[in-house]
Design a binder for this molecule. Structure first.
Ligand code: CU
Length: 281
């Protein structure tokens, strides 16, 4: 179909190219400023209502989350600017019909390529983050076998032959060294359970027939964290709590030595004996 004649082209004012280049400069300057703000602010990324996580692995997850939110803000902001620009720049000024056309090849190629590039970049960062989070240290400070069952948890320290067991109303403690890496081997005795420490920003399934291994490197500041099963696993799922207690490395080693070969049920009599002042359950 033949396009209707261009009725606006004849009166293009001479000042327009200059105006356009000024607008372009402003847009480029604005985008540059935005990028600079993000780059400079990179040292202290805002939380965006997310957990930063009290482990190295949790921090990595948080960084990925923050990066994705920032990417969303940049893309959303840019699209909003483009919409506003189009609305204002091409608003109806008179009854003249603007130039009519159906296709704009370069723009269509651009708005296909840019989202694909954005998705690929986010994918790349996701893979890198996952690899960091799932990486297993060759020499962890301690190894713990965690067994989930209906309805409780067993924490076993194979090298020291220590067992901490807890179920329903007797919440057990998972004792870890603060600032050092613990390697967890997670299994289930029956159905699917979820190993979840909210403040660690970390969760893993305990699946029948699957052995999950991961590292947790808590922050150097000792702490006491509430944790729970996140998979509806039967009648007393709601009682499947446990605690994670992180001790300074020297105190942790003392705890290991003192309790070597011992078994505990439920709360932290073994911790109270260590004089850490940590209480649980
Ligand atoms: Cu469970």
């Amino acid at each position: 179909m033949k396009p209707p004649p261009d009725r606006t082209g004849a009166q293009a004012p001479t000042a327009r190219p200059e105006k356009r280049s000024r607008a372009k400069r402003r847009l480029t300057g604005g985008l540059g400023l935005l990028a600079l703000t993000i780059l400079l602010g990179g040292c202290n990324v805002p939380a965006f209502w997310g957990y930063k996580g009290d482990t190295t692995q949790g921090h990595d997850e948080f960084k990925m989350y923050a990066f994705t939110v920032i990417a969303g803000i940049v893309v959303g902001g840019f699209v909003t600017l483009l919409i506003l620009w189009a609305v204002i720049r091409y608003r109806r000024r008179n009854d003249a019909i603007p130039r009519q056309f159906q296709y704009h090849g370069p723009v269509e190629v651009l708005y296909t390529i840019i989202p694909v590039v954005i998705v690929l970049v986010i994918f790349g960062f996701t893979v890198a983050s996952e690899n960091n989070i799932d990486a297993l240290a060759p020499n962890p400070a301690v190894e713990v076998k965690v067994t989930a069952f209906q309805w409780g948890w067993e924490f076993q320290y194979p090298s020291q032959n220590i067992v901490v067991l807890g179920h329903t109303t007797q919440n057990p403690d998972l004792v870890l060294p603060a600032g050092q890496t613990a390697q967890i081997t997670l299994v289930t005795q029956d159905v699917i359970h979820g190993f979840y420490v909210p403040a660690f920003n970390f969760s893993r399934y305990a699946q029948p027939g699957v052995t999950n291994q991961f590292d947790l490197t808590p922050i150097a500041k000792p702490g006491d964290y509430r944790a729970q099963c996140t998979q509806l696993c039967g009648l007393y799922h709601a009682l499947m709590f446990f605690h994670v207690t992180t001790l300074p490395p020297a105190q942790f080693q003392a705890w290991l030595q003192r309790n070597s070969g011992k078994s505990f049920i439920g709360s932290s009599s073994h911790l109270a004996a260590s004089g850490t002042g940590v209480s649980s359950s």
